[in-house]
Design a protein around this ligand. Structure first.
Ligand code: SER
Length: 583
């Protein structure tokens, strides 16, 4: 079964079971630059899992485009992907364990025709925070899974939370038995030997965890996630996702172009290319910070492995075409943005080629220093520095060193590399946490302030002003907007005064739900109109502001205190940036 058929069956099935199909959020989270990427279907739904009313109701389903880059260095093996599609269904305080499990079982066995014998499941074993999940156990038995294929594990396996803080709960996971021999008599679904492959995860989200521990949420939710590529791989009887129709054509193209046969490199090229295209399509651009840096790393790693395959980089556009053609049924937006995707990737590739040249110059210096000092070895730190600063891969350093009769000392490289990785991993985990946790009181005030600022800028500078981005922390707000020129001191003062005027009027902030067309007709502001569903949430602040937005917001503007612009500067061509605080 092709991936597109699995996706269609999934959405139809849950639609038939009373769920509303909602659109995928972009891989770059909307209005929330504090989170690197969308990593799970639940991420854009956090406010609703916490109890806010979703305009589409209490039963939702979607496919979500996800990027997870913590394991970027594992890509190339037979399973890791940095981009994947997650199919999901949600109950927002609607059905709970029994119904969720019954639907999952029906979907797997009736719609996907997976034989019962192929399925094993795991449930939460219980601990001091939460009871053993006997309800899930009984529901699986009732559905038809025999007791010997129902396993119980603790928090390490059967508890789900994104990061350190947020909505969470015990989960039940479904596994597909690949038919491989058990690796030992104890072999079970938590074993990583490859016999059992996890296919679906239903989280029974009724807790919230913060630094004080666990508390109960207002409602009992279900959050499920099924990895599309993995399911397609299993149903097609393939051993790796690189053999399914989403990757096979580009893998074959690489075989035809390569001069050196390296399967890992082909996988890395195919995978990183797809991931990069999805990020670029949703507005990402290579840079040296945050998401831009991740995109840069993906594209550089891809280029490096094209080099390893000894594929002439001038054929990159052809490779991109093959990849888009095999993905366009799932993502027509890739086809529609083919040119821009190519431009971004090729520009970055060209930059990297230059970097590699600079790296070679640096290498010469390092090599000469070693030789002049009468050494035959290039030290680990220098090898690592070439990698970290110039993106210069150690194997290339080694190769060049050999040509000059030198050796490289790699003894400590792994340690340096692991340290570096741990640092960047910590960075991205904090980002994720930051995003989910950023619904505190202060952030909420700043969020409302962005709406007022947007409105004030329109009055002071003109109707051409639109929001281009925002970033909120507990200490300040940043707001990017379209405007061609530097603001004068007078304009800044007027804007600040106007926002404070709105605050002093203590205008109520109303949350409305309406059809998307109606919102457009009323002239509501929206940053990504085509990314929203049919029914949208609109925040109205008197006659001052009307914006499509997921919230949260304060009840009335008087809560904000005093607004002060700290800085106005260029952000990018035609886009200005204001940094402001509430005091
Ligand atoms: N949040 C869960 C996961 O990512 C289920 O959607 O697996």
């Amino acid at each position: 079964m092709k991936a597109i058929e699995i996706r269609n069956k999934y959405l139809k099935f849950f639609e038939n079971h009373g769920h509303k199909v909602i659109p995928s959020a972009p891989v770059i989270p909307e209005n929330d630059p504090s989170v690197l990427f969308t990593t799970a279907g639940m991420q854009p739904l956090v406010p609703y899992l916490l109890g806010e009313k979703h305009p589409a109701g209490t039963r939702l389903t979607d496919f979500q485009k996800c990027v997870r880059t913590n394991d970027i260095d594992e890509v190339g093996d037979n399973r890791h992907l940095t981009y994947f599609e997650m199919l999901g269904n949600w109950s927002l305080g609607d059905y709970f364990k029994e119904e969720s499990i019954a639907m999952s079982y029906e979907f797997l066995t009736k719609e996907l025709q997976i034989p019962n014998e192929k399925l094993s499941v795991t449930c939460f074993a219980g601990d001091e925070d939460c009871d053993r999940d006997n309800v899930a156990f009984e529901a699986w038995k009732k559905a038809g899974i025999p007791e010997e294929r129902i396993y119980f594990f603790g928090k390490d396996d059967n508890w789900w939370i994104a990061g350190e803080e947020g909505p969470c709960g015990p989960d039940t996971e479904m596994f597909y038995d690949t038919g491989k021999e058990k690796c030992s008599p104890e072999c079970n679904p938590s074993c990583g030997c490859g016999k059992y492959v996890e296919i679906w995860n239903n989280v029974f989200m009724e807790f919230y965890k913060d630094k004080n521990g666990y508390s109960k949420l207002k409602q009992q939710n279900v959050d499920t996630g099924l990895g599309l590529e993995r399911m397609a791989m299993l149903l097609q009887g393939k051993k790796t996702p690189f053999e399914i129709e989403l990757f096979a054509p580009v893998m074959e193209k690489l075989v035809n172009l390569q001069k050196v046969d390296l399967i890992q490199s082909r996988r890395i090229v195919a995978e990183h290319l797809r991931s990069s295209m999805m990020i670029i399509e949703d507005g990402g651009r290579p840079s040296n910070v945050d998401r831009g840096y991740i995109l840069r790393r993906l594209l550089r790693r891809m280029t490096r492995h094209l080099n390893k395959l000894e594929i002439d980089l001038s054929v990159l556009p052809e490779i991109i075409d093959v990849s888009i053609d095999s993905l366009k049924e799932l993502y027509p937006e890739l086809d529609a943005n083919r040119d821009i995707i190519k431009t971004v990737i090729i520009e970055e590739k060209d930059k990297f080629v230059k970097t590699l040249q600079n790296g070679e110059k640096e290498f010469e210096k390092v090599a000469n220093r070693a030789k002049n000092a009468g050494k035959k070895v290039i030290e680990t730190e220098a090898v690592f520095n070439l990698y970290e600063t110039y993106g210069f891969p150690p194997e290339m350093t080694e190769e060049l060193a050999k040509e000059q009769g030198l050796e490289v000392d790699m003894s400590d490289y792994q340690r340096l590399f692991a340290e570096h990785q741990a640092k960047s991993r910590m960075g991205s985990e904090q980002k994720f946490k930051g995003g989910l946790a950023s619904t505190g009181e202060v952030e909420t005030k700043y969020h409302t302030a962005t709406h007022l600022l947007n409105a004030a800028l329109k009055v002071v500078l003109g109707e051409h002003v639109h929001q281009k981005g925002s970033n909120i922390t507990a200490d300040r707000m940043r707001f990017d907007f379209s405007h061609g020129a530097k603001m004068t001191d007078e304009e800044k003062q007027k804007t600040e005064d106007l926002v404070n005027e709105y605050i002093s009027q203590n205008i109520p902030v109303e949350k409305l739900e309406m059809k998307k067309e109606e919102a457009i007709e009323l002239g509501a502001e929206a940053m990504f109109l085509d990314k929203y569903g049919d029914i949208v949430t609109v925040y109205k602040i008197g006659d001052v502001s009307l914006e499509l937005c997921g919230g949260p917001h304060v009840k009335s503007t008087g809560e904000l205190g005093h607004f002060k612009i700290k800085k106005e500067e260029a952000s990018s061509a035609g886009v200005r940036r204001i940094k402001a605080i509430l005091e």
